[in-house]
Design a protein around this ligand. Sequence first.
Ligand code: ADP
Length: 182
Amino acid sequence: MKQRLLFLGPPGAGKGTQALRLAASHGLLHLSTGDLLRAEVQSGTPLGQEAEAVMARGELVSDQLVLAIVRSRLEGHTGGWLLDGFPRNLSQAEALDALLSELRQEIELVVLMELDDAVLIARLLGRGRADDNEEVIRHRLAVYREQTAPLIQHYRERGQLVAVEASGTVEEIGSRIEAVLS
Ligand code: ADP
């Protein structure tokens, strides 16, 4: 099975839920930049203080800050990994390429989780996180379309991308993902 993975897709597509399941069942390191940033905010670290207001607006935290988080977790890790929520723009993708070549590792597959906007918004509104009010959600979707969606073409051109329909039950979506990884 493929062991070095990226999960790509709009907010609300269920990346975190599927990433947790897959990482647990296959012993992969799950790196969610959103979760790691929220943990920094909770602990009130300088990094968290810098990130908090940006996240509340639905904007992207600085590339430099996010890259430092990812680098510190990937360095020295020898097993498989699953990146969830990173990279989120082309410059993060380029920085990731540079980091991985330095670590002599390669992305084996990018899994794109696809879902309609109406379903995404309904899911996010039901979740009730601090940055899940309607105005911020719409902004996060706009940021996704402008900054993150270009990565689809980037990875498709490299022949690394596979798309999975992200509607249905958690189990159904999980089986579709398992099927593309084998
Ligand atoms: P969602 O997938 O629902 O948008 P995440 O937990 O992935 O939620 O991200 C929440 C917020 O954390 C983002 O809106 C952004 O402010 C910040 N964030 C997460 N990952 C990154 C990243 N790679 N680069 C910049 N900001 C990030």
